[in-house]
Design a binder for this molecule. Structure first.
Ligand SMILES: *Cc1c(COP(=O)(O)O)cnc(C)c1O
Length: 384
């Protein structure tokens, strides 16, 4: 028997080592990784510098409670603010970061209504799950946290009808990740921000998947000409060391007064040393420009390959967060199987979208190798 809950659908391979942008399974088979462990390993695997820093901190001190000063948290928080007036709260995961965001929004506004979007994904804890706009994720867990309202994504009229002066916040992903790699329209985001302003609701941006360089800018919101009131981070922040963060405008700081919220492990020394290094390396113009260049090459290569394919509906995304929508669920299954058999690991999003999230350190050679594999798979044009 298995001693584990069967709450994950697992593939029948175990990955046991990795270097840079490649992984090796227990049989010695090597894969080009286009998953980054679901948008986590933005600097790739077995990075010498990160290994060194983690080992150095491990030999010094792993953890102190948040009852003592922590200059590493200050250092990372300053870097995450990225020149703006944001303050940080550190936790250990995306769901926890969103919980903190929801709690802060309610405390700051004194209102309870939260508006989120169909197909969104915000995590599995009660608040974050209630925010998530997918009924399949709610099933069997009701009653949910009250006062969450879901409206269609990229449409202004339903939001206009739902939003009012009881609304604490509107919360959204700028590219819906789990929901199918669906980018928000720029003009729609402008209208959302304006509606929030009008009624005094906060705008919360969930950057858990889109943040830390993933979309070609340090934060995705930079590409939408908005300044969120609150935003959340996790996945790429620790390159595999569990860490999350919730950032809010400085004027909200007093709402999280001493004793109002907290976490035992949040922002511990190991996580902060690694996050400091990750943020420092990714938030560089050359690094981010390279992500944009890789993105252009990958997207144009994919478009060229799939131009004649009747399998593909659309290729979309930003930076190295790319979705390839195929015609149906069955096709997605065999595409993923064939990619794996050809030595490339990729992800699914929604029912019909192949999601590509390679490490941001992908090389041009690896990109070209990946395109050769995609060509082989997509141009099979039928079942394996
Ligand atoms: C993954 C994800 C979460 C949840 O993060 P966990 O660390 O799994 O709790 C929340 N929001 C978005 C947009 C995500 O992609």
């Amino acid at each position: 028997m298995s001693y584990l809950f069967p709450n994950y659908k697992r593939k029948n391979i175990e990955l046991i080592s990795g270097t840079k942008n490649r992984l090796v399974d227990e049989n010695g088979q090597t894969y080009l990784d286009f998953t980054s462990g679901i948008g986590v390993m933005n600097l790739g695997y077995n990075d010498a510098e990160l290994n060194h820093i983690l080992a150095e901190q491990a030999n010094l001190l792993w953890h102190t409670p948040n009852l003592y000063e922590n200059h590493l948290q200050e250092k990372v928080a300053q870097k995450l603010a990225n020149g703006n007036d944001y303050v940080s709260y550190f936790c250990n995961s995306g769901a926890e970061a969103n919980e903190a965001a929801i709690k802060l929004a309610r405390k700051v506004t004194g209102r309870s209504k939260m508006i989120t979007f169909t197909n969104s994904f915000h995590g599995r804890t009660y608040g974050a799950m209630s925010a998530t706009g997918q009924t399949s994720i709610h099933e069997g867990f009701q009653p949910l946290v009250p006062d969450f309202v879901h409206v269609p994504f990229n449409q202004i009229q339903p939001l206009r009808q739902a939003i009012d002066t009881d609304t604490a916040a509107v919360m959204l992903e700028l590219i819906q990740g789990e929901g199918g790699v669906i980018p928000a329209d720029s003009s729609w985001i402008q209208s959302v921000a304006a509606l929030c302003q009008e009624v005094g609701a906060l705008l919360i941006v969930d950057e858990i998947q889109t943040g830390i360089g993933r979309t070609g800018t340090f934060y995705a919101y930079e590409q939408y000409q908005i300044q969120p009131d609150i935003f959340t981070l996790a996945k790429g922040l620790g390159n595999g060391i569990p860490v999350g963060a919730m950032l809010g405008k400085k004027e909200f700081a007093s709402a999280f007064s001493a004793g109002s919220h907290g976490s035992t492990f949040g922002g511990n020394k190991l996580a902060m040393r690694v996050a400091d290094q990750v943020v420092t390396r990714i938030n560089q113009p050359e690094f981010l420009n390279n992500v944009q260049q890789l993105s252009e090459q990958l997207v144009s290569g994919l478009k060229k390959i799939t131009k004649k394919s009747s399998l593909i509906r659309e290729i979309r995304g930003k930076g190295l967060m790319i979705g390839i929508e195929v015609v149906n669920q069955e096709s997605l299954e065999w595409v993923m199987e064939l990619l794996e058999a050809n030595g490339l690991l990729a992800l699914k999003a929604g029912q019909t979208v192949l999601r590509l999230l390679p490490p941001l350190t992908l090389s041009k050679e690896e990109l070209n190798q990946a395109l050769i594999i995609f060509e082989q798979v997509f141009n099979q044009g039928g079942k394996p």
